[in-house]
Write a protein that binds this ligand. Sequence first.
Ligand code: BT5
Length: 275
Amino acid sequence: MIKFHKAGCDFMNLISISQHLHTEFVGRDVEYYESISSTNNRAKEIAEQKLEGTVIIAEEQTQGKGRLSRKWVSPKGKGLWFSIILKPNLEPDKVYKITLIGAAAVNEALKEMGIKSSIKWPNDIIIEGKKVCGVLTEMSCEKNRVKYVVMGIGINVNLELEDFDTELKKKATSLKVMTGKEIDRSRLLACVLNHMERLYIPFKEKGILVDTIRICKEESILIGKEVRIIKGDVERVGNVIDIDDEGQLVVEYEDSQIEKILSGEVSIRGMEGYI
Ligand code: BT5
């Protein structure tokens, strides 16, 4: 059973979501909007009153956001713009691991739907060098414990290239553009939620992240590549040699120094263009 709070109506189809959803708690309470500023913001407003696994989803976001207050383009009826409320018993400095669970879940869901993609640690899903999905994890904490985490996921499902401005066209794409086919958003949503819960439960219950890390490594677009790491004003070039068991990116610099990087601390660009 899914509890569906619906304002307005569109083809985001409850029956189709239910048919494909196999979760215990993720996506069992869904708040749906035709238009909203940002599903992450709405999720944060209601997180304390809601059960873990509640999903906020919108056809359109007028102020969709990325990390560091960047803008996330979220046009109407073409994407999956949603947020999941989570309540892990966790220290705030471990929350970065939840972003990796989100990225791994999306990658697995795309694979299940026959679409080959890669993970650009920590929060992007890439197809042929272009971004089709981003994950934004936000949290509220008290006394060094997490009160709630909001995991926001944006997937460019049926967007056309014209939905992106000239700058974004160079680095963003959609599943429809890449596959030439319209994708069933309801099925893809259910698929992401299924994988998300499968990967999240062992982490929540026992801190186990093995499957998530395996997926992030196997599907990594960064391991073995030379990258530029930007931290504030400082930029360094290094080689990505691994993602460790804690989900940190392991980078070796030209002077053989090795650094482990936590998600959220850095921006990474490929040597040529974006990836
Ligand atoms: C992200 O940030 O990739 C996280 C995006 C999270 C979006 C979801 S949608 C549901 C939920 N509610 C929200 O308000 N947000 C979350 P970041 O790594 O900082 O990447 C942001 C950058 O990606 C922007 O600066 C643009 O360059 C680019 N970008 C913007 N919109 C895009 C899109 N639709 N597809 C691909 N790239 C985009």
